[in-house]
Design a protein around this ligand. Structure first.
Ligand SMILES: [Zn+2]
Ligand SMILES: [Zn+2]
Length: 250
């Protein structure tokens, strides 16, 4: 089985309902043999989420902690008309911009059509890199339309391990839909990221809950954008992120 050595979706105490600091997350990654993590705390619209200055100041964090490369990012909230809850000026400070649909963020999206349209509209934001948990019971979307748009705008779609974590009180995911998502990614050549969505250090790099989908199809390793530190850095370089330091070391 493919060994995935990075994690592009993790939360720290700054998210308000996660339980480890940046330092602890880096230690947790080191212990698991994970070489790179993206710190993607929730956007300001989520109750308990950080103020926009959190994202404006995040460049003070070191490039590496305990040998683990830190990618400074956000999991922004997709709002009405696909707007994100952080201005592009602030998004431009970040190495990696993920976004997803979440409750209690003030959006007025009501049905599958609305959710699909908002996700596709969000993909037009030039700073967006990845849609988080595109498969979730609460927000059903037209996966084929989203996969086509992801191919067009070069956006990563996520397989989210926490959606199937046995530790959670309820599954957010739908197994048949995650399998469909992987099939569509293969068909339309859309990049996939396999991420933990860890809200605690011990959950970083925990992907076993996704074996049902990863074992369901044959696909080239290259489909998984976060299979290695090098594949992530090459991706970011191609996206023309303002990563002068990264560029030197790719
Ligand atoms: Zn999320
Ligand atoms: Zn998350």
């Amino acid at each position: 089985m493919l060994k995935i050595t990075t994690d592009l979706h993790t939360h720290t105490v700054a998210s308000g309902h996660a339980y480890s600091t940046v330092d602890e997350m880096a230690k947790g990654a080191f212990v698991k043999g994970i070489k790179l993590i993206a710190i993607t705390d929730h956007g300001p619209a989520l109750p308990g989420g950080p103020h926009m200055y959190h994202f404006g100041n995040i460049s003070i964090l070191p490039e590496r902690l305990y040998g683990v490369r830190l990618i400074k990012g956000i999991e922004a909230n997709i709002l009405d008309q696909g707007q994100l809850d952080l201005d592009n000026e602030y998004l431009s400070f970040l190495d990696f911009v993920a976004a997803g649909l979440h409750s209690l963020t003030g959006h007025n999206l009501k049905n599958k059509e609305d959710y699909t349209a908002a996700v596709i509209a969000a993909m037009k934001n030039p700073y967006l890199d990845m849609i988080t948990h595109p498969v979730q019971r609460e927000y059903p979307i037209d996966l084929e339309a989203v996969a086509k748009a992801a191919a067009k705008h070069n956006i990563i779609l996520e397989l989210n391990a926490s959606s199937y974590s046995p530790k959670k009180s309820h599954y957010r995911g739908i197994k048949s839909e995650s399998i469909k998502l992987l099939k569509l990614a293969i068909e339309y050549d859309v990049k996939i990221a396999v991420n933990s969505d860890a809200h605690f250090q011990a959950d970083i790099g925990e992907y076993s809950s996704l074996n049902f989908v990863l074992d369901s199809q044959d696909f080239a390793e290259e489909l998984i954008i976060n299979r290695s530190e090098t594949s992530v850095l090459n991706y970011l370089k191609k996206r023309n992120k303002k990563l002068a330091k990264l560029k030197k070391t790719v």
